[in-house]
Design a protein around this ligand. Structure first.
Ligand code: SAH
Ligand code: SF4
Ligand code: F3S
Length: 486
């Protein structure tokens, strides 16, 4: 329950991305840490490198270029980068013995936050590239090849989106059925614990047209489910063709009209930006999945204020009530930080009480980690590690109980499942329920990429087990229908 995002998303982009270029003489290995936006960015980086003759590899030893797309959100996430660079140094030395070169790039939020410091600590790094500069990768690589140490951490987010969108206009190869699409980047909220406003910069929304075009291309290349991404996705305020500004609700309505896109999701939202129109979209749109990640971080008004979250616990409760009136079936998810400076036993109890009242379908929880440069790092009353550990354990026990109860409540239901890939055993596929739970079931491979009606027959510790309902088409992408009487 603790381990979103870094651990789960520590993937090589290689498996999913093939180059569109015929001239595949060079290999790039990309390792992605952190949030879904890094996953999306890694795909865009490999898109940008394809015309340079790079195809992706899942094997670092054969890579001419290694890119680590990094995360700075907690201390542990950032430290992982340096231990990985130690391993890469050995691979690079082995390749050098065989007369082969290997360039090493560090991208993502550690690159933005630490810049030159990275190549000082790890001299094998040739190139440090912040999240707003990926469109410049080809020219930066040229410079690095000429022996310059490259550090590019300027904020020019509009240029990034323009260039990466131009790239997306070229034909996209077959995509997996579920994909991410960044609609907004950066954050103006400045929560006192968080590095994101410093690593991703100010909040910027992409235009409606850019997003619709990219979503249409995704649908045409086999994508059935799109998750709209933003550090603060529900603060989306993009420009439409007529010059007006659209919020996220309106954008979702427009995207729901695209043929082939059966399912829409979005993440991550801030409680302050959950407006009526977006809540209404949950009532109206069948393709908008009944799942909402709405982090609250703490249940104590004192701590919420110290965190600069800009709302109270009561406002959060009222918001949850409004959302549940519009979408009674919705699975709520959240993030919690334990041991923010000044958190007393009573503040922690307030968080436990909030969790009991809200009842989450799933949630993520973290010990507070002091991040250099954020106001929280220098606050008095830092909470000792052992106190954080005890509280975290207690909180996770409660969240895990709620998750189990939520999963168990699906037993016997029939719901739509988007079948995404092969399962562990032959004949088995894995898909996602409307509430984002993994569902395993026996089904032919030809069904990958389709939405099927599935009866949930068993509940496992991490996933649900289902059975195809023969002959019953999944008419809409959303919710559940009661199981037929046995
Ligand atoms: N934009 C999102 C969160 C992005 S960061 C929001 O506003 O909620 C993802 C999660 O990491 C946060 O929700 C928070 O729970 C956690 N996190 C961020 N900074 C942290 C820190 N310094 N220590 C521990 N957890 C942190
Ligand atoms: Fe970080 Fe707060 Fe912005 Fe979320 S809203 S990204 S927690 S500063
Ligand atoms: Fe990490 Fe940056 Fe995402 S700090 S969580 S990769 S925005």
């Amino acid at each position: 329950m603790t381990s979103r995002p870094e651990a789960e998303l520590d993937t090589s982009a290689a498996a999913e991305t093939k180059t569109a270029s015929g001239d595949n003489t060079r290999k790039v290995f990309v390792r992605t840490y952190g949030c879904q936006m890094n996953v999306y960015d890694s795909e865009r980086m490999t898109d940008v490198l394809a015309p340079q003759g790079y195809s992706t590899t899942a094997d670092m030893e054969e890579a001419d270029l290694v890119i680590l797309n990094t995360c700075h959100i907690r201390e542990k996430a950032a430290e992982k980068v340096y231990s990985e660079l130690g391993r890469i140094r050995k691979v690079k030395e082995e390749r050098a013995k065989a007369g082969k070169d290997m360039m090493v790039g560090v991208a993502g939020c550690v690159a933005q936050a630490e810049g030159e410091e990275i190549s000082r600590r790890a001299p094998i790094v040739d190139m440090v590239v912040g999240p707003q500069s990926y469109h410049q990768l080809p020219s930066l690589l040229d410079k690095a090849r000429q022996g310059q140490k490259v550090v590019e951490t300027e904020f020019d987010i509009d240029a990034k989106f323009d260039h990466l969108s131009a790239r997306a206009e070229k034909p996209i190869m077959k995509r997996p059925p579920a994909a991410f699409l960044t609609v907004q980047e950066g954050c103006d909220k400045f929560c006192t614990f968080c590095v994101v406003p410093y690593t991703r910069g100010a909040e910027v929304s992409r235009s409606v047209e850019q997003i619709v075009t990219e979503a249409q291309r995704m649908a045409a290349s086999g994508v059935r489910e799109v998750t709209l991404l933003g550090q603060n996705v529900n603060a989306y305020h993009g420009e439409a063709a007529d010059g007006s500004t659209w919020g996220l609700g309106k954008l979702l309505r427009r995207l729901s009209e695209i043929d082939g896109l059966d399912r829409l999701r979005y993440t991550t939202s801030h409680p302050r930006d959950m407006d009526d129109d977006l809540i209404e979209a949950h009532r109206e749109l069948k393709s908008l999945m009944p799942y909402l990640h709405l982090p609250v971080q703490s249940g104590s008004d004192k701590i919420l204020k110290a965190m600069n979250r800009k709302h109270t616990r009561d406002e959060y409760f009222r918001l949850i009530d409004r959302i549940r009136v519009a979408a009674p079936d919705i699975a709520l998810s959240g993030d919690f930080i334990i041991g923010f400076p000044g958190e007393t036993d009573q503040d922690f109890e307030d968080t436990m009480d909030l969790i009991r009242r809200v009842e989450y379908g799933s949630a993520f929880s973290f010990k507070y980690s002091q991040r250099p440069g954020t106001p929280g790092a220098t606050m008095e009353d830092q909470v000792p590690e052992d106190v954080k550990s005890v509280r975290l354990q207690e909180l996770q026990a409660l969240l895990s109980e709620q998750q189990k109860a939520f999963n168990a409540s699906r037993k016997g239901m029939t719901c739509d499942v988007l079948l995404e890939k092969k399962g562990r055993n032959p004949g088995q596929l894995v898909g996602k329920s409307p509430w984002l739970q993994p569902v395993q079931l026996d089904a032919p491979e030809s069904m990958i990429g389709s939405v099927q009606a599935v009866e949930i027959v068993e509940i496992g510790s991490n996933s649900l087990f289902g059975r195809l309902i023969a002959g019953q088409d999944a008419a809409d992408g959303s919710g559940a229908i009661p199981a037929p009487a046995a």
